[in-house]
Design a protein around this ligand. Structure first.
Ligand SMILES: *[C@@H]1O[C@H](CO)[C@@H](O)[C@H](O)[C@H]1NC(C)=O
Ligand SMILES: *[C@@H]1O[C@H](CO)[C@@H](O)[C@H](O)[C@H]1NC(C)=O
Ligand SMILES: *[C@@H]1O[C@H](CO)[C@@H](O)[C@H](O)[C@H]1NC(C)=O
Ligand SMILES: *[C@@H]1O[C@H](CO)[C@@H](O)[C@H](O)[C@H]1NC(C)=O
Ligand SMILES: *[C@@H]1O[C@H](CO)[C@@H](O)[C@H](O)[C@H]1NC(C)=O
Ligand SMILES: *[C@@H]1O[C@H](CO)[C@@H](O)[C@H](O)[C@H]1NC(C)=O
Length: 422
């Protein structure tokens, strides 16, 4: 028996009890107590989170890497039980709900299956994604812009909900390190948080044009975008400057399907010669994970396979630290700390980016570029290509990679990319 089932049963019991009394009485009582009870209930559950089955953590818990701030250090696995979605009805009764929780706690210790079932109840239905709606629509028509506005608003609300649900697992204070991926454009008052492999080079081009550093997006070379030091990062300002901008600027974030982004990063950094990633990441990865590596491979660091790359990613004792190209969007941009006004998706970038540009008052002749900077001849990483790469992994490792990006999946409402994942 799973948690949700039990909770529903307990609720049903309460309902039949409740129906015996005048409804206005119960309405008033529950209305008053509801908020408090709900709060206690959530607190109780989060306490429960910490009480995972000690001995079996590695194979029965989901590693969400919630506190993976240092990126290099081993990350304690965490467990997230199901939360009843906040909306459906007031919670039953103080005593009753705590009783349920106690029973759950016991259950949690003995029944690992509960977790997956519970999680399923929290996941949105995985039929179609919100990205399929208006891909061919004219972005300037008010109908489609209304739709885009609605989608973006819903996405923002969704992130807030997820943040509330996981609040005990997410850092609560803003440090300058947590703002270091945010780029500043003062003229139009924009903060853009950079998520590599999700259109960030083109966003930076746009920021440069907006700031007046360049005339047009086409003229800006890749190196000038990333190494030109043209746009300042938020953490380079003083405390007051940071606070002022966080309060008054339009905050923008664009994300991408996490595993697709990961494969895109692998292809970009390891499938064609790279004089940074080959020596800095390739060598230690081959050295650590390849049996009988050739002298040449150990020397050049070239030819890291996707499974080797995944071994590295999942290793809690990495021979070399993380890199922004495969750090989760959550850890780059901290959407629970920074209340982004627009959370766009790479998958529907066209409409959403134009919508955002319009909102921030960008000149009408500025259109978002569609450059693919590196390896322009290689096919853009798609869902299909991503699945081909992950076919090389066994089910357990696939699950672990998904768990690694679990918060990104939750926050940005991406559906599970493989059926066998739980
Ligand atoms: C979340 O995704 C589901 C389907 O994948 C979609 O139906 C739903 O509208 C999305 N919710 C938000 C808030 O974007
Ligand atoms: C942020 O929180 C951590 C741990 O709770 C604490 O050590 C640190 O001093 C806090 N930093 C700030 C700026 O409040
Ligand atoms: C857009 O128009 C302005 C003048 O209104 C001009 O200075 C600028 O170069 C134009 N930008 C592009 C990308 O054409
Ligand atoms: C874009 O800028 C480059 C250099 O700044 C310039 O050579 C080119 O003519 C510009 N293109 C357009 C369409 O304005
Ligand atoms: C920035 O925000 C603060 C507080 O919300 C407000 O007092 C101030 O007037 C704002 N400044 C501008 C330029 O909008
Ligand atoms: C590694 O090389 C040794 C000697 O050449 C060989 O006996 C062994 O089978 C190789 N191991 C693997 C996993 O290829």
């Amino acid at each position: 028996m799973c948690w949700t089932e039990m909770f529903l049963r307990a609720r049903r019991r309460m309902r039949s009890l409740i129906s015996g009394l005048p409804c206005c009485f119960w309405f008033l009582l529950l209305f008053g107590a509801g908020g408090l009870v709900l709060f206690i209930h959530l607190e109780d559950l989060s306490e429960m989170v910490q009480l995972g089955p000690e001995g079996k953590l590695s194979d029965t818990t989901r590693e969400v890497r919630g506190s993976n701030e240092g990126l290099k250090s081993p990350i304690p696995p965490m467990q997230f039980p199901a939360f009843e979605p906040v909306s459906p009805g007031p919670p039953s009764h103080d005593a009753d709900s705590s009783q349920v929780t106690k029973r759950h706690r016991k259950l949690l210790k003995t029944n690992p299956v509960m977790r997956s079932q519970g999680k399923a109840s929290f996941l949105p239905p995985s039929s179609s994604s919100d990205s399929s709606s208006s891909s061919s629509a004219d972005p300037s028509s008010s109908q489609s812009s209304l739709e885009t506005s609605r989608v973006l608003e819903a996405r923002r609300r969704w992130v807030r909900e997820v943040c509330t649900k996981y609040k005990t697992k997410i850092p609560q204070n803003i440090t300058s390190k947590r703002l270091s991926r945010i780029f500043v454009e003062d003229k139009h008052k924009i903060l853009y948080c950079e998520v590599p492999k999700a259109g960030c080079s083109n966003w930076k081009r746009v920021l440069m044009v907006l700031a007046g550093i360049a005339n047009n997006v086409t003229g800006i070379k890749h190196n000038a975008v990333h190494h030109g030091n043209h746009i300042r990062q938020l953490d380079s300002y003083k405390r007051e400057g940071i606070a002022y901008r966080l309060r008054n600027y339009t905050k923008v974030l664009f994300v991408r399907e996490p595993l697709e982004r990961l494969v895109s990063a692998y292809r970009d950094k390891f499938e064609s010669p790279n004089n940074y990633y080959y020596p800095v990441f390739g060598r230690p990865i081959i050295n650590r994970y390849r049996v009988n590596a050739s002298k040449e491979a150990l020397h050049t660091g070239s030819g890291v396979t996707f499974p080797e790359f995944m071994q590295y990613l999942l290793d809690v004792h990495k021979p070399v630290g993380m890199d922004i190209h495969w750090t989760s969007a959550n850890h780059l941009c901290h959407p629970c700390l920074v209340d982004y006004d627009f959370i766009g998706k790479f998958e529907t970038m066209g409409e959403e980016v134009n919508f955002v540009l319009h909102r921030i008052g960008a000149p009408a002749n500025l259109t978002f570029p569609t450059f693919k900077d590196r390896n322009p001849s290689a096919e853009r990483t798609s869902l299909k290509i991503m699945q081909r790469y992950f076919a090389q992994l066994n089910a357990a490792d696939l699950q672990r990679v998904y768990d690694f990006y679990y918060m990104d999946y939750q926050m940005f409402n991406y559906s599970k990319p493989f059926h066998e994942l739980y």
